[in-house]
Ligand binder design. Structure first.
Ligand SMILES: Nc1ncnc2c1ncn2[C@@H]1O[C@H](COP(=O)(O)OP(=O)(O)OP(=O)(O)O)[C@@H](O)[C@H]1O
Ligand SMILES: [Mg+2]
Length: 238
């Protein structure tokens, strides 16, 4: 589904991504871990077209998308959440999802409304459709962030730290939701520091450090990897 080949990016003399190569299969959840500042969000920004890599190529569903812009990629089926959620605070949950659908996949308002109802079910927001986004608690803001990304009908969903700051039982809710999204046939790249989500909610995990692949393997093997422990120096959150 997605092939990332040797991408790199520098800001001035700062080589944030040196060389990253990985792939995501259809219907797979790929977790991404790595220390703060290792380039995970930058990688996501390159995948969605916000940033242009200084080297490397990205293939999505067999097509080279390296030079395609944000809108083209979104319409091809790349959806994302932002590390800091950005809903329209003065719109309701339902309106936020409808707007997401109309803008990202060129569908009619009527279609977007039907889709929004389904997405609210998938993200456990059905009973909060008429709440203003600005009034939501943290878990529901995260749910809405995912719902807005789903509104574009993505083939692959890119999640940037949706479990951060949540309690243990809220994390269980997020894990259940992500599982449900995967079961709808959507592939997922999930960046996260909360390791329980990575060991329980992914098919494979990629560890990035200083802009390079450390390891990409089954979650259990990655969590036990000596290299991964060295990278984190024991500073990982459980
Ligand atoms: N647009 C930019 N211009 C210059 N430097 C940037 C830009 N975006 C990110 N960086 C730098 O790139 C490095 C990697 O940042 P990035 O946000 O990808 O880290 P991260 O792995 O997502 O970290 P965290 O786990 O804290 O979210 C940081 O040093 C950051 O300051
Ligand atoms: Mg980040």
């Amino acid at each position: 589904m997605l092939n990332v080949e040797d991408i790199g990016i520098s800001f001035g003399n700062h080589h944030v991504l040196k060389s990253l190569t990985f792939s995501v299969e259809k219907n797979e959840v790929l977790g991404v871990i790595g220390p703060n500042g290792s380039g995970k969000t930058v990688m996501l920004n390159i995948l969605t077209g916000i940033l242009r890599p200084t080297k490397g190529k990205i293939f999505f569903c067999g097509q080279d998308i390296t030079t395609k812009n944000i809108t083209e990629r979104c319409r091809m089926g790349l959806g994302r959440t932002f590390q800091v959620p950005r809903p329209f605070e003065k719109m309701t949950v339902f309106e936020n999802i409808v707007v997401g659908g109309v803008y990202s996949s060129q569908i009619s308002e009527k279609e977007a409304k039907t889709r929004a109802m389904k997405i609210m079910q998938m993200t456990d927001l059905s009973n909060k459709g008429d709440w203003y986004a600005g009034k939501l608690g943290l878990l529901d803001r995260k749910r809405l962030e995912i719902a807005r990304a789903l509104a574009g009908n993505p083939k692959i969903l890119l999640l940037d730290e949706v479990a951060g700051g949540l309690t243990d039982s809220e994390i269980t809710d997020i894990l259940t939701m992500v599982k449900g999204i995967k079961e709808k046939g959507i592939s997922i790249i999930w960046i996260e520091h909360v390791l329980r989500t990575m060991s329980q909610g992914t098919d494979r995990v990629l560890c990035v450090s200083e802009g390079e692949n450390v390891i990409c393997d089954l979650p259990g093997l990655v969590m036990q990897s000596k290299k991964v422990h060295e990278v984190y120096l024991g500073a990982i959150e459980e």
